[in-house]
Design a protein around this ligand. Structure first.
Ligand code: DC
Length: 229
C-alpha cells in the first residue's frame, strides 16, 4: 500500500497529538511530536543558563547547538516515541510549566527552527509518518499528501491542559494555563520565522465540541479517502 506524509498543525493543546498518535497506531505509521523537539531545546537552554530573567543568550545557544542531540526511542509497552535529550529520557521534564512558559521564545529563533526542520524532514524521508506541530504542512512537508489544521477555543484548550497536568500530579490553576495558552498563540502566530498559519491546501477541524472518538473517526476517514483515491 502506498505510504504518505500526514501533517497535523494547529494551536497549542487542541488535541493534535491525541489524534495523530491514534491514527499512527492504527495505520502503522511513525508518530513524531515536533513540539517535543522545541521543548527539548528549551530544556537544554534552561539547564545551561541560556535563559535568564534578562532574556536568552542566543550567541551561547548558537555555539552549543551542535551539542544538542534529540532522538525519539520507542516505548516498548506503548510503542510511542519517547523524547531523549543527549541520551536522557526527558519526556516528563519537557512538559512542565517552566518549559511551556519559555518554549515559544526558543522556537521563534531562526537558527533553532532551521535545525529542527532539517531533523524533521530527515525523519519523514521514507514517508509513512504522522507529524504534528505548527509549520508541518507549510514549511516542513509542504508536499504532504494530507494536511490537517486543528482549532478549538482558548478556554476549551486551557481546560484540557489543566486536566492533563492535574492527572500527572502537577498543581496548576485554570487562569495560569489560559494565560499561557493565549500568550503562546500570540507568539506562535506573530513570529517572523514560519508563523503558525493554515496551509492553503489543509483541511480545517474545529474540535471544541467533539469527542476524541469523533475526531479519530473524522481523521481516519480523510486518510482513507486519500489512500483509496
Ligand atoms: O505542541 P507543543 O505545545 O508541545 O509545542 C511547544 C511549542 O513549540 C509551541 O509553543 C510552539 C512550538 N512549535 C513550533 O514552533 N513549531 C512546531 N512545529 C511545533 C511546536
Amino acid at each position: 500500500m502506498k505510504k504518505i506524509v500526514i501533517a497535523i498543525d494547529g494551536f497549542s493543546s487542541c488535541g493534535k497529538s491525541t489524534m495523530a498518535k491514534e491514527l499512527a497506531k492504527k495505520i502503522g505509521y511513525i508518530y513524531i511530536d515536533s513540539g517535543a523537539m522545541y521543548r527539548a531545546v528549551t530544556l537544554f537552554a534552561l539547564e545551561n543558563g541560556i535563559i535568564s530573567d534578562t532574556g536568552i543568550d542566543t550567541d551561547k545557544l548558537k555555539s552549543l547547538m551542535n551539542s544538542i542531540n534529540i532522538e525519539f526511542r520507542l516505548d516498548p509497552v506503548t510503542h510511542l516515541p519517547i523524547t531523549y535529550l543527549n541520551g536522557k529520557n526527558v519526556e516528563k521534564e519537557i512538559r512542565t510549566m517552566l518549559v511551556s512558559n519559555n518554549v515559544s521564545k526558543i522556537s521563534a529563533i531562526p537558527f533553532v527552527r532551521h535545525l529542527m526542520v532539517e531533523l524533521q524532514q530527515k525523519l519523514g524521508e521514507k514517508k509513512g509518518i504522522v507529524m504534528d506541530g505548527r509549520d508541518i504542512g507549510t514549511t516542513v512537508f509542504p508536499d504532504a499528501e494530507l494536511k490537517i489544521f486543528v482549532t478549538a477555543s482558548a478556554e476549551v484548550r486551557a481546560q484540557r491542559r489543566v486536566d492533563e497536568m492535574i492527572s500527572k500530579g502537577e498543581k496548576v490553576s485554570f487562569a495560569e494555563v489560559l494565560e499561557n495558552v493565549k500568550s503562546r498563540d500570540h507568539i506562535d502566530q506573530t513570529r517572523e520565522e514560519s508563523p503558525l498559519k493554515m496551509a492553503e491546501d489543509a483541511i480545517e477541524l474545529d474540535n471544541s465540541y467533539m469527542t476524541i472518538s469523533q475526531q479519530d473517526e473524522w481523521l481516519e476517514k480523510h486518510f482513507n479517502d486519500i489512500i483509496n483515491s
